[in-house]
Write a new protein. Structure first.
Length: 547
């Protein structure tokens, strides 16, 4: 009797288990992973022999109807079988002289609890006999190969699903810093995909996409729309630039002289609220809508968002001498007129390079171009130190200047590139060198000024200048996004992400960390109000004292 009871219990338990329903999120998560894997691994799909996007759209109704893991797993099995037999080529020999970077690689999901053993075996067989290509993947590779995602229909759920599956798998297999994200990419799908399914219009869909992209924790990530939307940058601006310090915004630069004068806006003014909302509240509201590698660059991006408006009438609260006052301002569309004219005038006033007091050279790396470097070298060679101000975006002068600074050729960066023959894996590459054999190189101190405005090429150029051997980095944490950018351009919007990994030759990381200053110094509200450049001032003290 006990044996019969045990047998019936086992049968009953198996029946109950097999009949357990699976959730919509579980189904779509697993489908996304299988579809993306086959897109890049299956020889016929990766080779472009089938329209994989259309096949997904055809299979979605069946997948949605599946109630149990057995039904779901069988749909995926049959889908793979319909693609036809795969030529067995395993074992695939490892490429010669290639060292893999595997921190992003993970196919352990083959053993998903929703999959039958038969399906798991099929996936593993495809990995072992995957699509092979001789294509070398460099900074300019095309991530949208074998697909068309330009005709996204926002009112069509399946169209939204297709686009989201494509984007999620691009990051899954080809984003070099996936391992650096605060949140696991699988978890991001589970959190954000329901928003994609529920989106009722373009704005709701774009919100889901922006929130997803922000999870890359990558300062290169941007999101621009080509038509009216609440997320599109408006054409009405505060007439000055600001910096967030201690949850307040401090005016750092006037961008439209006449408009600023009309409202008595000056450098050093402290803003505490915009339209009755505190700066801290704006930070909290927009935090998960902007891609940023670290907090300083996030705050920089948020300044740009806070300082533009969809309305011309804006109430701005200022703090001065311990008193709060609110100004009812009119913000104008001065972006293409006042602002550009101001910047042109400012550029004319600012020198590309000059000699400061006490025989100290100064170079504005955002303005100097290769054609200016010979004159800069001639004028600054006799100085005892040169300050390279890289709180901006350099103009590709790294090697011209490094030839002057360095006594020898030096390697300053190595890279990881994605491997299309084994998606998810990255290859270490030889990297970049700068400088040359030069006994007449610069012998004085080399100072590099950095902050959160120092992004990508600025960080990369700083790495190059560090090889001079007598270089000191002064400032604060940089944007932490190093590497060529992959641009994704669609019919109504544009986004991007970092496409290759950048590391020091000893493999120290730069993503999210940035270029670590030897001497950390940040601007203060008091310093800005007094008209000081506290970062440059600190550099001058170091040059004179060595401390």
């Amino acid at each position: 009797m006990k044996k019969i009871t045990l047998f019936l219990f086992i049968v009953f338990s198996q029946t109950i288990f097999s009949a357990v329903k699976i959730t919509e999120t579980e189904k779509f998560t697993a489908t996304c992973k299988v579809w993306g894997f086959l897109k890049y691994y299956h020889p016929k799909v990766a080779g472009g022999e089938v329209n994989w996007d259309v096949q997904l759209l055809e299979k979605l109704p069946k997948i949605e109807k599946a109630q149990t893991k057995e039904e779901f797993s069988l749909i995926l099995e049959n889908w793979i079988d319909e693609l036809g037999p795969i030529k067995e080529i395993a074992p695939i020999p490892a490429p010669k002289d290639v060292e893999y970077f595997d921190k992003n690689f993970d196919l352990s999901w083959f053993s998903n609890k929703l999959f039958s053993k038969k399906l798991s075996k099929k996936l593993k067989f495809i990995e072992d006999n995957r699509f092979q290509t001789d294509e070398e993947i460099g900074p300019g590779y095309n991530p949208l190969k074998n697909g068309n995602y330009f005709n996204l229909k926002f009112d069509d759920k399946n169209s939204r699903i297709l686009w989201y599956f494509m984007y999620w798998n691009l990051v899954e297999y080809f984003f070099p810093y996936k391992y650096k994200m605060d949140q696991k990419w699988d978890e991001t799908f589970k959190q954000m995909f329901p928003l994609v399914l529920e989106a009722k219009n373009e704005d709701e869909f774009f919100t889901a996409v922006r929130k997803t992209a922000s999870k890359l924790d990558d300062s290169h990530v941007e999101f621009a729309l080509y038509k009216n939307s609440k997320f599109e940058e408006s054409r009405r601006f505060f007439p000055a630039d600001c910096r967030i310090i201690d949850n307040k915004m401090v005016v750092t630069e006037i961008l439209a002289d006449s408009l600023a004068q009309a409202d008595d806006i000056k450098v050093g003014d402290v803003i505490t609220k915009v339209n009755n909302k505190t700066i801290a509240a704006y930070i909290s509201e927009y935090r998960d809508l902007f891609g940023a590698s670290n907090e300083p660059i996030l705050l920089r991006k948020l300044v740009r968002k806070i300082l533009n408006s969809n309305s011309e009438k804006v109430d701005v609260e200022f703090l001065k001498d311990g008193k709060y006052t609110t100004k009812a301002m009119t913000w104008y569309n001065y972006h293409d007129s006042h602002r550009n004219e101001f910047k042109k005038g400012a550029k004319k006033r600012k020198e590309k390079f000059k000699v400061l007091d006490h025989n100290i050279g100064y170079v504005d790396m955002g303005r100097i171009k290769s054609a200016n470097v010979p004159d800069m070298i001639e004028k600054l060679r006799p100085t005892k130190a040169i300050v390279f101000d890289m709180r901006n975006y350099p103009q590709g002068t790294y090697n011209d200047i490094a030839n002057f600074l360095n006594a020898h050729e030096e390697k300053f960066a190595i890279y990881t590139h994605p491997d299309f023959s084994y998606p998810g894996k990255f290859k270490w590459t030889e990297g970049s060198k700068c400088g040359s054999e030069n006994k007449d190189n610069y012998k004085g101190k080399v100072i590099v000024l950095l902050n959160e405005e120092s992004l990508s090429q600025a960080e990369w150029t700083a790495m190059c200048f560090q090889t001079a051997g007598n270089t000191t980095i002064i400032g604060s944490q940089t944007a932490g996004a190093d590497g060529n950018v992959i641009e994704l351009d669609f019919a109504s919007f544009h986004t991007r992400y970092t496409g290759i990994g950048v590391y020091y030759p000893d493999r120290r990381e730069t993503q999210r960390i940035g270029i670590v200053p030897d001497i950390e110094i940040k601007p203060t509200i008091k310093g800005i109000q007094e008209g000081k450049d506290e970062v440059l001032d600190r550099a001058l003290v170091f040059i004179e004292t060595g401390k």
